[in-house]
Ligand binder design. Sequence first.
Ligand code: ACM
Length: 750
Amino acid sequence: MLGGLLLLQTTFAMAQQKPDRAVYDLVPTPVSMIRKPGFFQMTDAVRIAAPAALKDAAMLLAGALHLPEQNKMILSGTVHGRGVIHLALRKDPTLGSEGYHLSVSPTGIQITGSNREGVIHGLFTLVQLQEIQTDENRIPCLKISDTPRFTYRGMHLDVSRHFFPVSFIKKFIDVMALYKFNTFHWHLTDGAGWRLQIKKYPLLTLEGAWRTRKNLSEWWKSDRHYSRQGAPDAYGGYYTTRQAKEVVKYAAQRGITVIPEIEMPAHSEEVLACYPELSCSGKPYKNAEFCIGNDSTFTFLEDVLTEVMRIFPSKYIHIGGDEASKTSWKTCPKDQALMKRLGLKNGAELQSYFVNRIGKFLHAHGRKLLGWDEILEGGTLAPGATVMSWRGEAGGIAATRQGHDVVMTPGAYCYFDHYQSDPNTQPYAIGGYTPLSKVYGYDPVPADSLSPAEQNRIIGVQANLWTEYMPTTEQVEYMAFPRMLALSEVAWTAPHRKNFDDFHRRLQSQYLLLQRHNVNYYRPSYRVHISALPDDKKKENLVSFSTEQYQPVIRYTTNGSTPDRKSPVYTKPFYVKGRTTVKAIIFKDGLPMDSVRVFTANYHKAIGKKITYNNGGWSSSYPAAGASTLTDGITGGLTYQDKKWQGFLHDIDVTVDMGGVTTLNSLSIRFMQLKGPGVYMPGSVTVLLSDDGKNFKATGAVQNDISPKDSRLLFKTFTFDLKGKSARFIRVKAPNVQDGFMFTDEIMVN
Ligand code: ACM
């Protein structure tokens, strides 16, 4: 039996491999690609010909293609013969500053660019093309011409919350280069640990780089003390000046600029524990913000930035600027004196003064200030400063209107610390829900809001890897991949050439590359998500399935039975009447791949009925579809941010007008709980009925039984048996008892 099964699987595997098939599934997709017949054969005799100006690119390519050491590079212009890869610089105005041509024929390969950056991108296209072939020795023939959409294509990595060694940073840069990212934003400092050697301030890495607990949440809940390098309890690490320079050089060879981030004036607990005289209290473990009224703060920061600029040649230096609590400045005599002297009215203006002063310092040294969107607050941001818009796109939009360049990195699309799949199936993460398709669908240019000139100030896009819940390099890779591939296409490819289905198809070939690089990418789930869209005209629900799999075989039933290998295969959305239970599951090679998913599509009696909010409306931050939300037949998904869940900060008290006295069977209303961002169940739900809208009669209450301490993503449906009852008006009350948000999506009346 076992032998038979193994044999069967082997047959399948062999059938799928098809070693001769040429694979063209590049990510990001090139601007133009013409497929040609035949292959270029990689052998030990393959040589690289390049001019002296491209010597390092030739070396890089030789390494990436694993050419034998003894293969001498031919450093000259014209070389003839078979099996030669030519790299060349050739001015071509159609290529912009980073474009390239790549031509693969059976006899040779040509990569040309107007400059080194272009050649590097062409070279990595070739390497990627090789690494997605089943047989790496056969590179399919083609002709590519390619240029990027954006000049800034970034990935951020937080090495403060958890420290990762240089070997991993290099691996991360290797894979970034394969997907044509050109900027590595290195978040080197934060309260959880300082990660860069600064020769003038040795305590930063002697103490500030080492905390007393590995687990960040435990450390955060404890006294948040730092340890000392070499102490038994010390957890952390830092990059020496030499190591950081090595990373800069390594990245530059691969066409990537490293931008260091040194956080100020907030997120600086570790600095102020080591040098408490720079804080308002003057004491360690009291403040997270520098004292701005103390000139020593500027001496310190300028010293640090001077050393940073010696290590990092990048045009931009990122100074953080996010999430400053202005509390300590309010009562600090030094800050108050400075504000009085400069006529600053509040903490925001004080922060703006600070940012502009640091910006001037950087400018005087030939650099530009880059910061999170808070740097816009409290006054006019100095010309030349560039803004990273993370709290949505609003900061970015405002900044372009003020003439600043902008990198878009809004939380809902670009925070790869968010969940990428159903949170209940995933390692604990910070929250949110940002699956691959959502990342892919992002367009960094909000064209409707901006003039063409303003649109041009959006120089690019970046995703951020905040590592609070990524203690290992494996976990960083898990959160980064494959979402980084989706972002690579957001950053490189013009919007009209993007297509998620095609990207998803190409991704199937890219897994091989990620496997070859031993990247611990997130493997797509076999879960089926079932959703229903009410159709007003037909008075039925249109049911559709989605999954993370590419073209899966989904079998389903609508009669309550369990789908099996003979059940119908899903091909397109279908209608169901009234209240219908839909069950679905993916089969692969004849075997079920997950537990059966069950969903009740409910074209219920309250759909389209008018609803009155007796107690004020919903929270303006989470309106969903406004007054129609709770009776529109649309149910919410895995996140309260999907615009299907309506949010409430107070008690819910609503009345549905059924339009006439209606015979009732049941009522249900669903809530979500997610403790992290403060989303809770109501204390209870009560349903009251009335024929005249004045005199209501309670039918009973259902108590909440979910603990507010439970930190999982939870859903609870409160159900009421209304058999034998009738009413025109149905009032639903749900008290808010946790001083947080409540979210509900639909009041279903049957
Ligand atoms: C940030 O996520 N605090 C920039």
